[in-house]
Design a binder for this molecule. Structure first.
Ligand code: URA
Length: 441
């Protein structure tokens, strides 16, 4: 079919044959299809949706539009597994999860992104570590995955190149918010790393990428079903992002927290509960554990023995970071010039309880501090952010701040403090957080 005929079929709500979707996506990767045609196609999909079979075809075509990694020649003694998340604030899960499951025998080739909008990026956080190279040559990436069990790196141009063009056009044609297109975009990239199994963390709440719980749920189901049908068994967890997941948000500050968690501090914190749940799914999907109890036992051992922390240290070393990073992290991580408490305005002598948090606003405040990007090509200040962020249900008063702000200057700290105060709703009554693990698909 000519591209315009495929677009016409979708415009008229007619079924698209899988092989025609494949040819269209290949044409996008080869630059034979114009931006106007991509835009018309994505709008037709936005308006008319796609059947499950069509989304599977779009996903596999996107995956196969560039290099698809192969691991079989390395004869690795464990499964290739990975996790992806729709992104959040204070969401350092990947940094703990990758090394933790690798310490249990999995191999994790984790391709991560930079901050996007209000959400933090795993790559930006790792770049707080001096020398860490998130763009090793492909052969080096494979070597590190083989020797260490995990390597967390950035996306290179030859993985799912069709998605880069499609996403760019969607961004300027009001066609981002389409579940079939989001599913194919996320999975097209993720499945190109040649996985045996995938676990997906779809966020719900005020800091989530999807605008409503119903849409988050719909996306989780779509991703689990489409990936599995495309040949990569996938489970999707629906988890709470109605407040920052860890009590900190930023880059270096999240690395500090990651190290503490890998050392076994705060094993029952919210971020560790989510991380553990995803880890259980990965070990079971990768057939490293026969049951949930078995997985939990292995994970507990990997954490308390120090094995998970050692894997993280080795990954940092192998990718160019300091060999004594774990022992002397405070020597290597940038510290902000101004670090001060943010008190709630209303807080008098009687304590007030945190009722609600506008998590998106907390993330945007980190971006404005310089910890994220307002433009694609901007650089990131690794030292800034928030620590000690209180949770929903906790109380604050004139002694107990909402958080500590880490900023470049007094003026920046003051602006961020104002924004943070505005993001918190305080009140007299008790309040409880939303359920952390809301569903599994
Ligand atoms: N992230 C992606 O990679 N693609 C989308 O479409 C949305 C979020």
């Amino acid at each position: 079919l000519l591209p315009q005929e495929l677009i016409r079929l979708k415009r008229d709500n007619q079924p698209l044959p899988a092989e025609e979707i494949k040819a269209f996506v290949q044409g996008i990767a080869d630059d034979r299809i114009s931006d106007a045609q991509i835009g018309a196609f994505t709008m037709a999909v936005f308006l008319n949706g796609m059947s499950r079979e069509e989304v599977v075809a779009l996903t596999t075509a996107t995956r196969d539009s560039g290099h698809v990694m192969q691991w079989s020649d390395l004869n690795l003694p464990g499964p290739i597994v990975d996790k992806h998340s729709t992104g959040g604030v204070g969401d350092l899960v990947s940094l703990v999860l990758g090394p933790w499951v690798a310490a249990c025998g999995a191999f994790v080739p984790m391709i991560s992104g930079r901050g996007l909008g209000h959400t933090g990026g795993t790559l930006d956080k790792l770049e707080s570590i001096p020398g860490y190279d998130p763009y090793p040559a492909p052969e080096r990436f494979r070597e590190v995955v083989k020797s260490t069990g995990v390597a967390i790196i950035g996306q290179t141009g030859d993985l799912a190149p069709a998605d880069k063009r499609i996403y760019g056009v969607r961004d300027v044609t009001a066609t981002v918010e389409s579940i079939p297109l989001i599913t194919a975009s996320i999975l097209g990239k993720k499945l190109a790393s040649g996985l045996d199994a995938l676990v997906m963390d779809v966020k719900v709440g005020s800091g989530a990428f999807m605008p409503t719980p119903e849409k988050s749920r719909e996306l989780a189901k779509s991703i689990a079903n489409v990936a599995t049908q495309a040949g990569t068994p996938t489970t999707a967890l629906l988890t709470d992002m109605s407040q920052p997941l860890a009590p900190c948000a930023g880059n270096a500050v999240e690395i500090v927290e990651t190290l503490a968690l890998l050392r076994g501090d705060r094993p029952n914190s919210r971020v560790m509960q989510v991380t553990r749940e995803l880890a259980v799914e990965m070990l079971m999907a990768g057939k490293l554990a026969g049951s949930r109890e078995d997985a939990l036992t292995q994970l507990e051992k990997a954490l308390t023995s120090g094995a998970a922390a050692e894997v993280f240290a080795q990954m940092v070393r192998e990718l160019g970071g300091p060999s004594d990073f774990m022992e002397r992290s405070e020597h290597y991580l940038a510290k902000a010039d101004v670090i001060k408490p943010v008190y709630a305005e209303q807080a008098g002598n009687s304590p007030q309880t945190v009722q609600r948090i506008d998590t998106r606003a907390v993330g945007m405040s980190v971006v404005e501090l310089g910890g994220g990007r307002l433009r694609n090509d901007a650089s990131v200040d690794h030292s800034v952010g928030f620590t000690g962020i209180v949770e929903i249900g906790e109380s604050v008063d004139s002694q107990r701040p909402i958080a500590m702000v880490h900023a470049r200057s007094e003026a920046a700290a003051e602006r961020a403090a104002e924004q943070l105060r505005a993001a918190f709703t305080l009140g007299e009554g008790a309040a409880s957080a939303d359920t952390l693990l809301q569903d599994t698909f």
